[in-house]
Write a protein that binds this ligand. Structure first.
Ligand code: NIG
Ligand code: FE
Length: 421
């Protein structure tokens, strides 16, 4: 019996999320559910999907490890398409300042915020970053995440940016979760370049991008396009160069101030634009037309006590919406998928079906992997989540509580809540 050869049978709902590209607008409601479903995984790849009756007719159960999912819902592994999970130090103190009324940007402007984490990340050894990052992925796995995007951006110098990306490579090898790497050297202006953001962008273009691209250290490039951080012009300049270097694009856009980040994402053909709390109607229309995935991060809005991004409106305008946690040491120290689903459904007005699409096939599209993961389709990776409840509808309904019982990665059982007890 090979590792990665598995049949999951008798699923009350086999929620396939079937598709090989982002789902837009109304398509986000289509979950492709097979009642009493089963799935066959061989050598880590999905080989067949159907009703349990049909699957058992065609396959000899003795050749596989078998999981009985009676009374349970079975879904594709979740894709957390926006995180900053490798960082040194913590900023609990800043959180209590925010509770007292200081804003995120005020703290940043007086030298705290991202720069605080930069100091700690520069000082941290690779081993320290590896151990902390790997532990964070253990927690994500227990929430059903099988692929995670991770950003650099707590180095802001060439050596530390590379250190963060190399640590992600090592964690990728050592952990069941797949890591997709994003270079975010333009996360903030470092102290050495205070007041000289243009020069810092030039440094990234001249020194960091060539090294990152030559060593193939990242697949995406991201920037914090925000008032008092990097302007639309600076963002356009850096991202256009990054594209020339073969990197795909992401943007932290319109998070605090409506700068036109959504419009820029559409103009540049970014794979995703993220946050989007303040995006204009035009920006949303542009993203829908250009096929930019709108990645919404409700736990960040919650933690910052900001208004939520207009998820309902974006879907109604024909956007592809993805949901992600944004786990980071500042604005959102949470990898909680249950909290994310609760906020997305209760406050952004996504339906349970749309929320599921947003963390499966659309999460996959946000990391440009909709052809490999994000749905239970033949040929995709055998990444599967089994809930302890009979329907995906329990995910928003069991508010803020983890409903995941088992997680399968490449056909291998890698998390089982029952074994933990
Ligand atoms: O996505 N907004 C910028 N970047 C992160 C926060 C990073 C931090 O505060 O450390 C975000 O919210
Ligand atoms: Fe972020």
């Amino acid at each position: 019996m090979n590792n990665g050869n598995l049949i999951i049978k008798n699923a009350n709902e086999l929620v396939t999320c079937s598709g090989f590209k982002a789902k837009v607008g109304k398509e986000m409601s289509e979950l492709g559910i097979i009642p009493n479903g089963a799935i066959v995984i061989e050598d880590g790849i999905i080989k067949a999907v159907g009703t349990t009756e049909d699957i058992l007719k065609d396959h000899d159960i003795n050749n596989y490890r078998v999981i009985d999912a009676s009374n349970k819902a079975v879904l594709p592994g979740f894709v957390d398409s926006h995180t900053h999970f490798v960082f040194g130090g913590y900023r609990a103190e800043e959180f209590s300042w925010r509770l007292r009324g200081d804003s995120y940007m005020e703290i940043m402007e007086r030298g705290g915020g991202i720069i605080n984490s930069v100091r700690a990340t520069r000082q941290a050894s690779k081993e320290e970053l590896f151990n902390a990052g790997k532990k964070r992925l253990d927690s994500m796995l227990s929430f059903g995440v099988t692929t995670v995007e991770g950003k650099s951006g707590y180095g802001l110098d060439c050596a530390t940016e590379i250190k963060q990306l190399e640590v992600m490579d090592e964690i990728n090898k050592a952990h069941p979760i797949d890591v997709v790497k994003t270079f975010m050297g333009a996360h903030a202006v470092p102290i050495e370049y205070k007041g000289r953001a243009d020069e810092f962008i030039q440094l990234i273009i001249d020194e960091m991008l060539p090294t990152i691209s030559e060593k193939k250290l990242a697949e995406f490039c991201d920037i914090f396009c925000e008032k008092n951080v990097f302007s639309v012009e600076q963002s356009r300049k850096l991202l256009s160069k990054a594209k020339e270097f073969g990197l795909k694009l992401k943007l932290h856009a319109d998070e605090i101030v409506q700068l036109g980040g959504a419009e820029l994402a559409a103009e540049l053909g970014a794979v995703s634009a993220d946050h989007l709390l303040q995006s204009s109607d035009c920006g949303i229309e542009d993203m829908a037309k250009a096929g930019v995935v709108a990645t919404l991060l409700p736990v960040t809005a919650f933690s910052l006590k900001e208004h939520y991004a207009r998820g309902r409106y974006m879907i109604d305008q024909g956007c592809a919406v993805a949901l992600a946690t944004d786990l980071n040491p500042g604005s959102c120290f949470s990898e909680s998928i249950p909290l994310m689903i609760a906020l997305a459904t209760l406050y952004m007005k996504l339906t349970p079906e749309e929320a599921v699409t947003a963390i499966t096939i659309n999460g996959a599209a946000a990391v440009d992997r909709a052809d490999q993961i994000g749905s239970l389709d033949v040929g995709k990776k055998g990444d599967v989540v089994i809930l302890e409840f009979p329907s995906y509808k329990f995910m928003p309904y069991h508010v803020g509580v983890n409903t995941v019982e088992k997680v399968v990665k490449n056909g291998v059982l890698v998390f089982d809540k029952e074994m933990r007890n």
